[in-house]
Design a protein around this ligand. Structure first.
Ligand code: HQG
Length: 207
């Protein structure tokens, strides 16, 4: 069966002998984010069209790509993940990332009514472009929005001094824009036009 992703499976290339060396679990956790959201080929796995991969295949792929872990360690990574990025399916035979993909997947979340306001954390250097053309998904499938300012502040802080934009989510929804909420509570929408974005007027307000 062909791989549904835009990335080609590279299982044959992984046949070469790999050194058996255990990486710290946090490194494997980061690699898991890459494999389940952006580059499944790096772990020699294929995601189905909803982003799921069988745990057995994943553990085999992780092992062959130098990140051998046990099923228990995988469970530990999933349960201890700070943002609950990963989810098991009902019978715990499959795993996927709950959001944040750049590979083509349809996560299958049902559209939901958003709260009146949602927040987006960014940095000042993107502000002019955002206010001109709105929030764009960039490399991901959706624009990511947070239900509270605190989370948005953390998101923005990844890139520098955070600037928090307030999105008039309910007004967007009433105009027909669709919203989804991922299993780990991130609000997703295709884009946010500038007219729905309340932005800080002065640098003093930004900080
Ligand atoms: C910016 C992390 C210029 C946008 C976080 C952001 C989040 C624009 C960057 C999740 C723009 C995209 C997502 C425009 C948007 N002009 N810049 N028109 N529209 N931007 O990483 O929201 O750790 O794809 O402000 O916690 O920062 O991966 O999105 O700065 O939940 O699980 O373009 O990633 O979660 O960056 O972060 P990203 P994001 P994980």
């Amino acid at each position: 069966m062909g791989c549904p992703n835009s990335y080609r499976c590279i299982r044959p290339q992984l046949k070469r002998v790999q050194k058996v060396c255990r990486k710290p679990l946090y490194q494997t956790a980061r690699f898991l984010s890459l494999a389940l959201r952006h580059r499944p080929d790096k772990a020699g796995i294929c995601l189905d069209n909803q982003g799921w991969v069988a745990i057995d295949s994943l553990l085999r792929g992780l092992s062959k790509s130098g990140h051998a872990i046990s099923r228990e360690e995988l469970t530990q990574i999933v349960e201890e993940n700070d943002k609950q990025r990963y989810a098991f399916n009902g019978d715990r035979t499959m795993i996927r990332a709950s959001q944040g993909h750049s590979v083509k997947v349809a996560l299958g979340y049902a559209p939901m009514t958003p709260p009146d306001l949602l927040y987006h954390g960014t940095v000042e250097r993107f502000l002019a472009s955002i206010l001109q053309s709105g929030l764009k998904p960039k490399n991901r499938h959706h624009v990511h929005l947070s239900a509270d300012r605190e989370t948005a502040t953390k998101v923005g802080s990844r890139r520098g001094e955070p600037v928090i934009l307030t999105v008039q989510a309910k007004a967007m929804y009433l105009e027909g824009f669709e919203f989804f909420r991922s299993d780990n509570g991130v609000w997703l929408t295709a884009s946010v036009p500038p007219r729905f974005i309340d932005h800080p007027q002065t640098l003093a307000e930004i900080r």
